[in-house]
Structure formats: structure tokens, C-alpha cells
Design a protein around this ligand. Structure first.
Ligand code: FRU
Length: 519
């Protein structure tokens, strides 16, 4: 994975011509676009042009949700990282904004978070203006090239105009590095009980927790995960937050960790731990590995700070480092997942983190009445719909063997199979469309190991030109995969593979409105 950090010949040139004074330079606003390329998602966030990876600085402030993101504007592959920027009032319709943070002499601007410093603890506030403070990782290319291990440090920047313009702190870095090669992706939040800022930072394959009173001076207060969790690759993009267990007064803390390699279906993925945080130490008794999403394309996801009702709202990057640089692209590359709300539920003493699209996503849906369809054993229900490739398909089905196939007239198909004997839900994109750009893409079935499922399963599936997001039982399980069909899917088949007749209830296929066309 480090191959993507190979210094580009043009790096110094880029640094020289990208100063923060250019941050006002406009990227064309998305609302003037219709974005009609074959693979351009119609209701997912994509960069207008250039390369995008992780969501960064997710914060709500003054009526808008900010989405900053790892961005390289000069090519469709990873390069010297900037923070791109977009804003939205509903997390679905986004307006592109000028680049927020540019690389500088201290390094590239890697992933991180943003907070609203309401009490002006940092002292950056002026004339009553509340500062937005971004906390990010500096990645120093020269430092990496010279073979040391101290090239990742943490910096901060602030904005007094709700994210439009930024100034980096003169005292950067605020956390130096004494020799941990992968020390990055700070997630900072306000911890009410201790009246301090807490930072969770990855350090190789564990996390370090820090505390600060002013966002400038940080103390390392504890470490977590040296002997816990999946370790297939470096840990990246941590997040730590408190959640109420639904239907009870119990509160638990959830730690989200992306891992660069070793996810259940290959490559990058996102694991989580449920435990407790006492203001200093995070502990978890969890022995098993828990995955936020079983698909291959939900990585580096984190949640919003400062949401209006304290809801945990999540966005992930819809790709995988195994093939992210090779997916079919024109002038832009990569999309974000749908914005999802997280909730924590407990069943038989096991905690499960649910994730499910926000209701603002469903506002884009045409509404139709659901139909009940009886499917005899061994037979299939077939339907065709020209808008299938940009729609939501929902239904409930007995937890019996079935196969759902989305296909197009070119014979390409994406298949979802439930095998009740093994309790596996399988997503097959091996014939979904273009896949020869990378061996790892589409070379095998992806599975979700279902546990604790009811006799009846509720499905909600979102297709958007180059992705599928499958949600089971309101987000108990999620599977997110990219797909690159050469023409839109228009045919749906639901086949009863069990030995008994069954009914699909409340079957709906609803076209999703494009957030670009409608503007
Ligand atoms: C995750 C990641 C982060 C890093 C960023 C660099 O995808 O590797 O750990 O900050 O991407 O773009």
C-alpha cells in the first residue's frame, strides 16, 4: 500500500504553486453539472474531478454538514494530499467548495477530523467568532524518503468563516514523532466529563489516546489494541464515541478502526470494538472481530462531530486499496458511501453496531406501493425496469435460500444469494461488468456471516450506476461493493432456491432521483 506514497516527480512543483492563498480559487460548483458519465453515481458524493479517498473533518456547524476529504486535484490517482471540501444541509445534496487545506513545507495533509471550539479553548476565536479547528496528519515525503520513521506528525488549522478559509497554526506540529512509522489520522472530540479534548490516533497496529485542554498541547494518556482486534494491515482512521444501547439506559463506547488489509473479503475494511472509556483508557472485553460492513468497498469511514441531535452519522470511502487506483475512471475517481446513521443494539449479550442510510436519502425515492409476490419452489419472479441501475429495491423475505440477480442486456450481472444452511449472504460481482483492471476485483464471492437473524429478513438495496449497498434488517448487516457494468442493469430476477413455495412481501423498486440533475 505504501506504493501510493512514492514521491511524484511533480511534488515540489505542486507544493510551490499551491499555497493557501489559492484556496479561494473556484472548483466549479456541482449544482451546474449533470454528471452523466456511465459510472458517475447520481446520489452519492464524488469529487468534481481528480482523485478522492478518505472522508475527513466530518463536522456539523451553523446549519451545514462539512465533508472534507483526501484529495489530489491534479490526477485521478493518489498524489500529494489536500483536503477537498463540500457542504450540505442534508448530507445528500452537496455543494463543492474550494480546497480547504494544501500541502506545505511540513508535509502532505493526511486524514483527520474537525471540531467546533465553542469555548475558544484554542484561543483561535476572534471578535466572538467560534473557530472550527481541523486536526490532521502531516506526512513529510522527504522524511519518508530519507528512511526514518518520524515523518508523520500532527498539525492543526482553524477557520473563522465556517470552513471557507483556513489558517494553519504557526506552532505546528502539535504532536511530534519519536519514531512510530504509521502515526496518523487523529480523531478529536470534546469529552464533557473531563472537560477536555480527547484524540484517538493510530500508531501502527494499535491506537494511542491523547488529552488536551486547548487543542495545542497534548498528553498521551493510554494505548489500546496492542493485543486485540484484526491485524491484517496497519490500523487507520480511528473513531471513538459513546452510544446508548437501543431500548435501554446502558451506554457503551465504540471504537472504529479501518485496517489496510485483512478484511473478511480481502483488502481494506472496517472493524469495531464495543467497550468502555473512563476518560483515560478505552477497554473492551470483545474477543471476536466485528465488521461494520461486509462488502469490500467501505473504508476509512468515520462519524460527524457536533451533530444537531447527537446522532452518530457516518460516511465511508467507497473503495479498497487493493484496486482503488485502477478502477475505471474518466476525469474523477471514487465516491463516498451513502451517509449512514449508526445505532447500537444488544442481542443475547452481543453488541451490534447497525448502520443504515439517513432518511434524507430516502427522500430521493419515488414512492410506490409494495406488492406481495408468491414464488413457487425452484421458480423465479422476473421484472424489468429501465431505471433499475439507479434505484432502491426493498422487500422482506423468509430466511430461506434465494437468489436475486440484477442484469443488463449485455449479459452482465450482480447476484445476491442467501444460503440458509451456512447462514451466509453472498454477493457475487464476478460477472458484474468491467473487472479486468485488477485481479483482486471480482475474483471471488463476498460473504456476510449472518448471526442472530430473524425468520424473516428485510432488505433494502441501493444501486447507483457503479455501486451496490445492501442493508439487511435495517442495517444489522451491510455490504457495499463497487460495480462497473458496461450498460445499466435493467432486469431483476428473484429466484426461490428453497424446496418450499414462499412469498416476497412489500416488494418495491423505486427510482432514486439524481441529486445533480435536479439542481
Ligand atoms: C487511509 C489512509 C490514511 C491516510 C490517508 C492518506 O485510506 O491511508 O491512513 O491518512 O489514507 O491519503
Amino acid at each position: 500500500m505504501c506504493a501510493r506514497w512514492i514521491p511524484l516527480v511533480i511534488f515540489m512543483v505542486v507544493i510551490a504553486c499551491n499555497s493557501e492563498t489559492r484556496s479561494k480559487e473556484g472548483i466549479e460548483v456541482a449544482t451546474t453539472k449533470t454528471y452523466q458519465e456511465l459510472h458517475r453515481p447520481q446520489y452519492h458524493f464524488t469529487p468534481d474531478s481528480g482523485w478522492m479517498n478518505d472522508p475527513n473533518g466530518l463536522v456539523y456547524n451553523d446549519g451545514v454538514y462539512h465533508l472534507f476529504y483526501q484529495y489530489y486535484p491534479h490526477a485521478t490517482v493518489w498524489g500529494p494530499m489536500h483536503w477537498g471540501h463540500a457542504v450540505s444541509t442534508d448530507m445528500v445534496r452537496w455543494e463543492h467548495k474550494p480546497i480547504a487545506l494544501f500541502p506545505d513545507g511540513k508535509g502532505l495533509v493526511f486524514s483527520g477530523s474537525a471540531v467546533v471550539d465553542k469555548n475558544n479553548t484554542s484561543g483561535f476565536g476572534m471578535d466572538g467568532k467560534v473557530p472550527l479547528v481541523a486536526i490532521f496528519t502531516y506526512h513529510n515525503m522527504q522524511g519518508e524518503k530519507s528512511g526514518g520513521n518520524t515523518f508523520q506528525t500532527q498539525g492543526i488549522a482553524y477557520s473563522l468563516d465556517n470552513g471557507d478559509t483556513w489558517k494553519k497554526y504557526d506552532g505546528n506540529p502539535v504532536i511530534g514523532n519519536t519514531g512510530i512509522r504509521d502515526l496518523r489520522d487523529p480523531k478529536v472530540f470534546w469529552h464533557k466529563d473531563s472537560q477536555s479534548w480527547i484524540m484517538v490516533l493510530v500508531a501502527g497496529d494499535f491506537v494511542k489516546l491523547y488529552r488536551s485542554k486547548n487543542l495545542k498541547e497534548w498528553d498521551n494518556i493510554s494505548d489500546f489494541g496492542k493485543n486485540q482486534g484484526a491485524k491484517g494491515g496497519v490500523w487507520e482512521c480511528p473513531d471513538l464515541f459513546k452510544m446508548k444501547v437501543e431500548g435501554s439506559e446502558e451506554e457503551k463506547w465504540v471504537l472504529i478502526i479501518s485496517i489496510g488489509n485483512g478484511a473478511p473479503n480481502g483488502g481494506s475494511g472496517t472493524q469495531y470494538f464495543v467497550g468502555d472509556f473512563d476518560g483515560t483508557t478505552f477497554t473492551s472485553k470483545q474477543m471476536d472481530y466485528k465488521w461494520l460492513d461486509w462488502g469490500t468497498d467501505n473504508y476509512a469511514g468515520v462519524t460527524y462531530n457536533n451533530t444537531p441531535n447527537g446522532e452518530r452519522l457516518f460516511i465511508g470511502w467507497m473503495s479498497n486499496w487493493q484496486y482503488a487506483l485502477n478502477t475505471p475512471a474518466t476525469t474523477w475517481r471514487s465516491a463516498m458511501t451513502l451517509p449512514r446513521k449508526l445505532s447500537l443494539k444488544k442481542s443475547n449479550d452481543a453488541y451490534v453496531l447497525y448502520n443504515y442510510p439517513l432518511s434524507s436519502v430516502d427522500d430521493l425515492m419515488a414512492t410506490s406501493k409494495g406488492e406481495t409476490v408468491s414464488i413457487p419452489a425452484g421458480e423465479a419472479h422476473e421484472t424489468s425496469n429501465p431505471l433499475l441501475g439507479e434505484s432502491n429495491i426493498s422487500f422482506s423475505v423468509p430466511a430461506k435460500d434465494f437468489k436475486l440477480t440484477f442484469s443488463n442486456l449485455a449479459g452482465e450481472k450482480t447476484v445476491l444469494i442467501l444460503d440458509s444452511a451456512s447462514s451466509l449472504l453472498m454477493l457475487d460481482r464476478t460477472s458484474s461488468g468491467t473487472r479486468d483492471f485488477n485481479y483482486e476485483f471480482g475474483n471471488k464471492l463476498h460473504y456476510a456471516a449472518l448471526k442472530e437473524v430473524s425468520d424473516n429478513l428485510g432488505f433494502s438495496i441501493y444501486l447507483d450506476r457503479s455501486s451496490i449497498e445492501v442493508f439487511v434488517n435495517g442495517g444489522q448487516y451491510a455490504m457495499t461493493d463497487q460495480l462497473f457494468p458496461s450498460q445499466p442493469y435493467t432486469q431483476l430476477s428473484i429466484e426461490n432456491l428453497s424446496s418450499n413455495d414462499f412469498q416476497i412481501r412489500d416488494l418495491k423498486i423505486n427510482a432514486m432521483q439524481s441529486v445533480w440533475k435536479s439542481n
